[in-house]
Design a protein around this ligand. Structure first.
Ligand SMILES: NC(=O)c1ccc[n+]([C@@H]2O[C@H](COP(=O)([O-])OP(=O)(O)OC[C@H]3O[C@@H](n4cnc5c(N)ncnc54)[C@H](O)[C@@H]3O)[C@@H](O)[C@H]2O)c1
Length: 380
């Protein structure tokens, strides 16, 4: 499929530039997050929008298509939120027409929503949604739930990470893996942090974590509770709290150590044709969007390394917004988590069972099962 709409933007006050890609519409509606990172490219935004289109399908969401936006800028710069605001102003005609934009790598949903409020935009909705009382109530429930906590995290900060962890667990069980398997995680931000926490609670041994600054490793398992409770803003580990026995390496070291399961939850294309031979794990659970480049897939398949694709594992936040906005489940934090758990386990089991029966690569199976529908004529 080709992307439906692709728009380029150039900032008026900085060198920042960006793109919005609406990959497909469903009932005239689409949505996805806004990413900010110095390495963002146009092609990346298109691929991310495509992955979002598949994710909607894997979420059983027939109301929304997939979109994504990306801004080439340093998310740590003091004026990063101003740049984000100018991007949102430029995209306003699409957002006002119902294109739902949220946060992604390098941006925070609180900032996106605050900008919507400052600009008096409300929450994105199509005309048919505005006239639907179930959706009006659902949006109020989303607002309430966004403030609720579960397991010590804000609900929206754990929905995706918890789904990634459960997907890894289900895949490992499908592979008849031994309990207490060792895990290396790349990324300790919104998704990586809660994923690490949940995998630890599920009995996995977290032996290595990489963030933007370093890779920390301990073959007997890191002290996850200490790392989680001491995390710094922007998903950086507090190195002053590291145990002296842990090995600290450059963050590229995350592929150099042995482990059973690899969970890339930071950037795209981090496993690629150039480094695929370094992968030592038996299973890769894609927590980030598009962390494994197409050039790595043949090498992984040939070596029998199993994979859970991104749009299956990291659909938690998308499923949360969908089920609550559209009144699919009763609006409690417990229901949100249980629903995501069940969906991730169901989808992972489906693709692994087919893979076991046919010997096919899990990504190929998932791309077939969850191929997005298109419907560009609005409902109203
Ligand atoms: N936030 C969500 O709900 C959500 C939902 C679906 C998918 N995703 C995807 O998950 C990924 C991570 O998103 P996030 O929201 O956790 O982002 P984030 O900005 O909160 O965290 C990013 C993490 O990656 C680390 N990092 C940055 N550069 C690195 C490098 N070179 N090596 C190792 N680590 C590095 C950062 O230190 C941080 O820990 C992205 O691909 C995003 O698209 C996020």
């Amino acid at each position: 499929m080709r992307p439906y709409i692709l728009i380029e933007w150039n900032d008026t006050k900085t060198e920042a530039k960006g793109w919005l890609c609406v990959f497909n519409l469903a009932k005239g509606y689409s949505g996805g997050g806004i990413r900010m990172h110095p390495t963002v490219t146009r092609e990346e935004v298109i691929r991310l929008a495509e992955a979002m289109a598949y994710k909607r399908k894997a979420c059983e969401n027939t109301w929304q298509g997939g979109a994504k936006a990306g801004i080439v800028y340093d998310y740590k710069a003091p004026d990063a939120v101003d740049v984000l605001k100018r991007f949102i102003i430029a995209m306003r005609p699409y957002i006002d027409a119902g294109l739902a934009m949220g946060s992604d790598l390098g941006t925070k949903y609180e900032d996106v929503y605050r900008i919507f409020d400052e600009l008096g935009m409300g929450r994105p909705m199509t005309k048919s949604m505005k006239n639907n009382p179930i959706i009006a109530k659902g949006q109020e429930n989303v607002r309430k739930l966004l403030k609720s906590e579960y397991d010590g995290f804000l609900l929206n900060d754990l929905t995706t990470g918890y789904g990634v962890a459960v997907s890894a667990d289900e895949a490992w069980k499908q592979m008849d893996g031994e309990p207490g398997a060792s895990v290396v995680i790349q990324g300790f931000g919104c998704v990586g942090l809660s994923c690490t926490h949940r995998l630890h609670k599920l009995g996995y041994k977290i032996v290595g974590i990489a963030d933007a600054n370093c890779f920390v490793y301990c073959k007997d398992g890191l002290d996850v509770e200490s790392l989680v409770s001491n995390v710094l803003p922007r998903g950086e580990m507090d190195q002053s709290k590291f145990d002296p026995s842990w090995e600290v390496m450059p963050n590229s070291g995350w592929l150099d150590v042995p482990c059973d399961i690899l969970v890339p939850v930071a950037l795209e294309d981090v496993i690629n044709g150039g480094n695929v031979d370094k992968v030592k794990a038996k299973l890769i659970c894609e927590g980030a969007n598009i962390p494994v480049a197409a050039s790595a897939d043949p090498g992984l398949y040939e070596r029998g390394i199993q994979i859970v694709p991104d749009f299956i594992t990291n659909l938690g936040a998308v499923r949360f917004f969908y089920t609550i906005t559209f009144g699919v489940i009763e609006p409690t934090a417990e229901n949100v988590i249980h629903d995501i758990d069940a969906l991730c386990r169901r989808n992972v089991a489906k693709i692994f069972e087919i893979s076991k029966a046919t010997g096919r690569y899990q990504r190929d199976i998932a791309l077939e099962i969850f191929e997005p529908d298109t419907q560009d004529e609005p409902e109203c």
